[in-house]
Design a protein around this ligand. Structure first.
Ligand code: CO
Length: 212
């Protein structure tokens, strides 16, 4: 059996099992989705969003990219955000990073001349490093710097969300969503909360919209 064929077989088994346990499951799924959460996570194969929080299909709208970034020129993540907030009306947006993140580690190194596209993506994490350079360079080891930069990157992405017109508009007019910054430990499977911004949280005036 080829490796990909295992996935197709597993899918058949999963669908059959689901049907046995919950005969109405797929009928229910074929209707509209009403997830309460938008999850923005890392693409890392070791951090599968639904599995680590035991969420069922239909519970979370998910966007994953390298190092769980929210970049305000990235139409992919912004489109996901707009759909989740304006159409699905989610109550919570969760940015979940993870320790030992390859993207964050790479951002602490020199740029790789063979990875010109990824360099551009990781540049934003280098900026987070620069914002917190004094704190990060006071740490004794590379591992500690990666560990802390993973956390600072999550917090930065939560602020990036709060700085969008999308979030500010929803905060003002619908008093949602709450923004969460979490970090997942690969070595123990546990999620730690880093930051929570409820609707209406104070943000720096230079990021506020005049007409909102
Ligand atoms: Co990662």
């Amino acid at each position: 059996m080829k490796p990909f064929e295992r996935l197709l077989l597993e899918n058949r088994a999963w669908a059959e099992d689901k049907l046995v346990k919950e005969p109405e499951f797929f009928k229910r799924m074929a209707n509209d989705q009403t997830p309460d959460f938008l999850w923005i996570g890392c693409s890392d194969s070791r951090v599968p969003a639904e599995i680590i929080v035991n969420a069922q299909p239909g519970e979370m709208f998910v966007h994953r990219n390298i190092a769980n970034q929210v970049i305000t020129t990235d139409f992919n993540s912004l489109s996901v955000l707009q759909y989740a907030v304006d159409v699905l009306k989610v109550s919570h947006v969760i940015v979940c990073g993870h320790y030992n993140c390859g993207g964050v580690k790479a951002a602490l190194k020199k740029q790789d001349p063979d990875l010109v596209i990824i360099n551009k993506w990781l540049k934003h994490i280098k900026d987070v490093y620069r914002f917190h350079q004094t704190e990060l360079e006071s740490l004794a080891t590379e591992d500690e710097r990666v560990h802390r930069l993973v956390e600072l990157n999550v917090i930065e992405q939560v602020y990036n969300l709060a700085h969008t017109s999308l979030i500010q508009h929803a905060w003002k007019h619908e008093h949602r969503p709450t923004l969460h910054g979490w970090v997942y430990g690969l070595n123990d499977g546990v999620i730690k909360e880093l930051i929570t911004l409820p609707p209406g949280s104070m943000i720096s005036s230079i990021y506020q919209f005049d007409d909102e």
